[in-house]
Design a protein around this ligand. Sequence first.
Ligand code: GTP
Length: 282
Amino acid sequence: INWYPGHMKKTKDLMRDNLKLVDVVVELLDSRIPYSSKNPDIDKLTAGKPRVVVLNKSDISDRAKLNRWINYYKEQGIKAIPIDAMKGTGVNKIIDECRNAVSEKMAQLKEKGRKERAIRIMIVGVPNVGKSSLINKLTGRKSTQTGDRPGVTKGKQWVKLRGNLELLDTPGILWPKFEDQDVALNLAFTRAIKDEILDIETLALRLIEKLMDIEPEKLRERYKLESLGESGIETMDMIARKRGFITGRKEIDYTRTATTVLNEFRTGKIGNITLEVPEDIK
Ligand code: GTP
C-alpha cells in the first residue's frame, strides 16, 4: 500500500463512515512494537467511541515486556488483551471486553425501552498486524452472515459472533506512523511496511545493531557465536560465515544473510523479542 495524502484522506473518510456503524473499535497492535504499530490518528478518529486494545503476536514477543505494556495501558485505565491470532489464544477475551465496554450504554438503551440489538464491532490496525487472522479466528468457518439491513451501507457484511456481537467482516487498514526514523525501522523489521523502504542488507544490518543492543544473548545463541562483533557489520559477517553464506568468489553473500536474519526475526526463531518498551515513548 502506498500512503499518499489522497489515499490517507480516503481511508480516513471510509473509517469515519464505518465508525458510525459500530459500538466498539478493536485496535489491533503488534505486541513486539505496540507504540510503532499504533496509527498516529487513531485517538482522534475514535474519540468518544469505546475501544478495546489488543496486543497480537504474543507468541513471538517477550513475555516480561508484554506485561510492562499491559501495565502501561492499565495505568491509563485501558485493559490491553494479549492474543495469538494464529492459534486463537486470548481471542475469546476480546468478545468479553467488547461487551464490557458497552454494557452501560446497552443497559441505558434497555431502560429507555429499546429493543435489544447486537453489539457491532470492527477491527482496525496498520498493515500486517494480523487483522485478517483475527477475523478468521473470531468468526470461524461456520459463522453466518447477516443479511441486508437498514442503516448498513450496501456491500458491508456483518458476521455474527457469540455473545450477541456482530463483526464488520472487512478490517480497517490504517497507515502507520512515518515521521520517526526508529518507528519506521521497527515497522520495516516486522514487515508492516515493505522492505523496499531500505535495501534489505541495510535493513538487516540495522536489525542486527538493534538486537546487539537489546537482546545480545538471543542473537549470539541463535547463530552459535562465541561472542558478538564490535560492530553490526562485523556481527553480520560472523553470522554469514557461520551459516556458510559465501559466494563462489569467496565473498560474503549479504543478500542471503540479510534475508535469513530478517525471516528468522519475523518468525520468532531468534527468540521472543519485543523491540520497544513503554519508556521509549517520547
Ligand atoms: P493486511 O491485510 O496487510 O492489513 O494484514 P493483516 O493485518 O490482515 O494481517 P494478516 O492476518 O494477514 O497477518 C499478517 C502476518 O502475520 C501473516 O503472516 C500471519 O501469519 C502473521 N500473524 C498473524 N497473527 C499472528 C500471531 O498471533 N502470531 C504470529 N506468530 N504470527 C501472526
